[in-house]
Design a protein around this ligand. Structure first.
Ligand code: UT7
Length: 340
């Protein structure tokens, strides 16, 4: 991409299209009952999850991202060569490098695109949107694709009942475009992003980076995701509410003005807690956790795309998204949905 700051005049970023790809393989709670010491009753009552989709043995993260990106572009009627930047939020990349975004850009024919990944775990999609909006509204880019993609099944210990029940695989995202004719207010209203690295060890994969390189040898358990579920749960219930309230407060708005809340799909008890504390009518909250589990950076755009397909997300609606994840990180975004 080549961009000149301010060249687009008063460009406004618009959420123009949504799309997703979910691999066909399904892992049910009954399957997990045969894998670890757990029950369908425990999983449903503690998490709300009944099944998750799992990538095929030949599918890496970019394979999911490619299909989701194609789905978004065909929904928008946009040629891949029009894409200026492709951002892939992911914490389960194919490799340490090259990036999933570079592999994906080549494969879909986005040959003009700059490409980079974002590592903000389950908050990554909202972090990616913030980057897309900044690129578009500065005039550096006109069309930015943000595709959250994860294959968590590859980094989850199949013998760890505290984590293997939670996660699923998927890719989903959005096309953000520059809108010259837009009214004075942007489609994107505001963001609240944060990170607290002092809690990083509560949710991590110890091996494979420069701290504990794989080449130095390792215990197999350390190549898998490790989580202190209770601590992450406490953090999540706090930041989901705080993040939304801080953003609304900054905008001098109330939760009643939000048409639809899309929370990160991690645990129904975390979502219910946020709904209660925020005082939002549950009818104005959309989720699909039951069928996909936690798909991390794909979870919010997957829910957005399904809400659109179900007729719950309609043009003109003011949508609040909020998430949290490894880092630990959190993120909220308020946007008016204005599809092409
Ligand atoms: O995107 C960010 C990703 N992370 C999260 O969202 C995780 C947030 N945390 C959670 O969702 C919850 O903490 C979990 C679902 C992971 C666990 O639920 P919990 O209600 O916090 O359970 P717990 O960890 O306090 O464990 C309670 C009991 C323990 O047994 P004891 O020590 O009381 O005898 C666990 O060993 O439940 C046991 N347990 C299970 N039992 C049956 C843990 N996992 C399972 C299981 N099946 N799958």
């Amino acid at each position: 991409m080549i961009g000149v700051l301010g060249s687009a005049g008063r460009a406004h970023a618009r959420l123009a299209a949504l799309g997703s790809y979910v691999p066909p393989g399904v892992l049910t709670n009954a399957d997990l009952e045969r894998q670890v010491d757990t029950t369908d009753e425990w999983i449903v009552s503690r998490t709300g999850i009944r099944e998750r989709h799992i990538a095929g043995p030949d599918q890496a993260t970019s394979d999911l991202a490619i299909l989701a990106a194609k789905n978004i572009l065909s929904t928008a009627g946009v040629d891949p060569n029009e894409i200026d930047v492709l951002i892939v939020p992911t914490c389960t990349p194919d490799y340490l490098f090259p990036s999933v975004s570079a592999i994906t850009a080549s494969a879909i024919g986005a040959h003009r695109a700059a490409a980079f990944d974002i590592q903000a775990a389950c908050s990554g999609f909202i972090y990616g949107l913030a980057q897309a909006v900044a690129l578009v509204e500065s005039g550096l880019a006109q069309k930015v694709l943000v595709v959250g993609a994860e294959v968590f099944s590859r980094v989850t210990n199949p013998q760890d009942r505290g984590t293997c029940i939670l996660f699923g695989d998927a890719a989903a995202g959005a096309l953000i475009v520059a809108d010259e004719d837009h009214a004075a207010s942007s489609g994107f209203v505001g963001f609240e992003l944060g990170a607290d690295g002092s809690m990083g060890d509560q949710l991590l994969i110890p091996v494979g980076g420069t701290r504990h390189p794989a080449a130095a040898g390792f215990h197999p358990d350390d190549a898998y995701l490790q989580m202190n579920g209770r601590e992450v749960f406490k953090f999540a219930t706090r930041v989901m509410e705080d993040s939304v309230l801080r953003l609304l407060d900054r905008l001098a708005m109330t939760i009643d003005e939000v048409d639809l809340l899309i929370p990160h799909q991690a645990n129904q008890r975390i979502i219910d807690h946020a709904i209660g504390r925020l005082g939002i009518d549950p009818a104005r909250v959309f989720g699909n956790l039951e069928r996909y589990g936690n798909t991390s950076a794909a979870s919010i755009p997957l829910a957005l795309a399904e809400a659109r397909d179900a007729g719950v997300l309609r043009p003109g609606m003011l949508v609040m998204m909020v998430g949290f994840g490894a880092g630990l990180t959190w993120a909220a975004c308020l946007v008016r949905y204005e599809p092409t």
